[in-house]
Design a protein around this ligand. Sequence first.
Ligand code: ZN
Length: 226
Amino acid sequence: MQAGYAPAVAAGRPIDLPESLQLPLASGAPWWYWLGGRPSLDFVNTRRERWRRDVETLVTPADLVAWLSVAGLLARDGARADRRRLREAIALREAIDAAVAAAVAGAPTPAAALATIDGWLWVAGPRPHLTLGRDGAPRLGEHVGADPLRAALGALALDAARLLGDPAERERLRICAGERCSARFYDRSRPASRRWCSMRACGNAAKARRHRTRTTVPSQLPEVRA
Ligand SMILES: [Zn+2]
């Protein structure tokens, strides 16, 4: 999943949240943010502006299904969600975020967060099933009837577990250094020295701010990210 992860969205600038946003949103779909580089981090970034307005973009069960579809984890017509599943998904998301934030800070992983992520892993992949064929020979198949939505959440948990449980991967977890950004991302750069979720957005905003502070008193706050 890691190397081939390519959300079905047009590449480009991240979409800033306007100041005039009516909160809570009716649907978060226009404001999803796809710069995390890994599905579990894009998932965490569905809660935007954690540092300020705390904008929830997984508002409805339909939002959850649509998000998982764009992320390539679920066929668009492959599932329905209900409020309960949405609550479970959000609990998983917050557990991943708690573990990621702890990893970035070099702090111990909260045990409850780890248990929540681990609790999803068993639905992450195919569940092999050995049955007896009519000819009396064993047949290897899969359990049928697995809930594709649960499987998609399991895949997110597995992606997070691979990031968190491997020291080399864990070292590449980042929280954007943008002054007004809180996006979590995976640093794929060779020297592992990326600071911003997007050079085009937060990186340039930081450069512009440095330039302004050198030349004049800042009169304008940088744009809002994540
Ligand atoms: Zn950023």
